[in-house]
Design a protein around this ligand. Structure first.
Ligand SMILES: NC(=O)C1=CN([C@@H]2O[C@H](COP(=O)(O)OP(=O)(O)OC[C@H]3O[C@@H](n4cnc5c(N)ncnc54)[C@H](OP(=O)(O)O)[C@@H]3O)[C@@H](O)[C@H]2O)C=CC1
Ligand SMILES: O=C(O)[C@@H]1CCC=N1
Length: 264
């Protein structure tokens, strides 16, 4: 597969990194663009990778076009590449926040296969959660998008109506979970661990909690019941966190983030 990433910034770079560092997924060519390519120079010598400022050339040399520019930059990039697009050959995968499939179609035309996707920066370490939806032609080719994003994590096909919510939960979610890990690290330091140890304890415990749910398929409360000894320290801490609004503040944060995303 020949893939172009137009706009290799934070997210585009994470996707490229994920694709390049896993073993099973074979990419014939990876064409990476941005306007200032200094930050990509170190990849220039790798085989099958092209670094360029030329979006049109990238499209001509690729089958799948991942667009990872800022929302305000999307229109001009689409207008720039439109003359190069071939409905029989190309699939556009947009990771751009808040830009609907119909907005992309209104610029490039209705015959083009379009997949709207929402990965996250954990793609760089093969652990993205990526939501996908597409126009009719895009859904015919959705296996192509799935194969790319399954190579850097897990995928879920969703109704496009849920894409904004998916952005908050999965993409912004990386930042939210980082803050939780940071806060538990700070708590561990206050309880006597040095900073490095504290972060290790916090990270591995977060990974353990997620892994328990993934592997057992159980509900979080079932796992909580196994940890909360009657009159013990866990329930005491948990209840204090809830008195201080832990669940409520998380849910309110998600809803506030969702309200903002609908203005982007
Ligand atoms: N960061 C994240 O975790 C997530 C981001 N998103 C969405 O992904 C998109 C990218 O986000 P993010 O990576 O954070 O943003 P960045 O600003 O880091 O990346 C955008 C990149 O696009 C490049 N660019 C701008 N204009 C052009 C152009 N005309 N041709 C080629 N490249 C161009 C910029 O580089 P240069 O200026 O050198 O051209 C920049 O590297 C956004 O729409 C964002 O909402 C979605 C999910 C998660
Ligand atoms: O913060 C943002 O707006 C983008 C969308 C999700 C992650 N970054």
């Amino acid at each position: 597969m020949k893939i172009a990433i137009l706009g290799t910034g934070n997210l585009g770079y994470s996707i490229a990194m994920g694709i390049l560092t896993q073993d099973d997924f074979k990419v014939k060519n990876l064409y990476l663009t941005k306007r200032n390519i200094d930050s990509l120079k170190k990849w220039d010598k790798l085989p099958n990778i092209k670094i360029s400022t030329d979006n049109k050339k990238a499209v001509r040399f690729s089958d799948v076009i991942i667009i990872a520019v800022q929302p305000k930059q999307l229109q001009s990039v689409l207008e720039e590449i439109k003359p190069q697009l071939n409905a029989k050959r190309h699939t556009i995968i947009s990771v751009v926040t808040g830009r609907k499939i119909e907005e992309i179609e209104s610029i490039v035309g209705h015959g083009i296969s379009i997949v709207r996707s929402m990965p996250n920066t954990a793609a760089s370490v093969g652990q993205s959660m990526t939501c996908l939806s597409g126009n009719e032609k895009g859904m015919e080719n959705v296996e192509t998008a799935k194969s790319i994003f399954n190579s850097v994590g897990q995928t879920m096909c969703i109704d496009e109506k849920l894409m904004q919510a998916a952005t908050v939960i999965c993409a912004s979610g990386i930042a939210f979970w980082m803050r939780l890990i940071r806060a538990t690290t700070q708590g561990a330091v206050q309880l006597g661990f040095d900073a490095e140890e504290a972060q290790e304890l916090s990270m591995q415990t977060a990974l353990g909690a997620a892994s328990l749910l993934i592997k057992s398929g159980s509900h979080p409360e079932q796992e909580i019941d196994k940890v909360t000894t009657p009159s013990g320290c866990t329930i005491e801490g948990l209840n204090e966190m809830e008195h201080q609004g832990l669940s409520s503040s998380l849910i309110r944060g998600l809803v506030t983030s969702f309200e903002k995303i609908n203005q982007i």
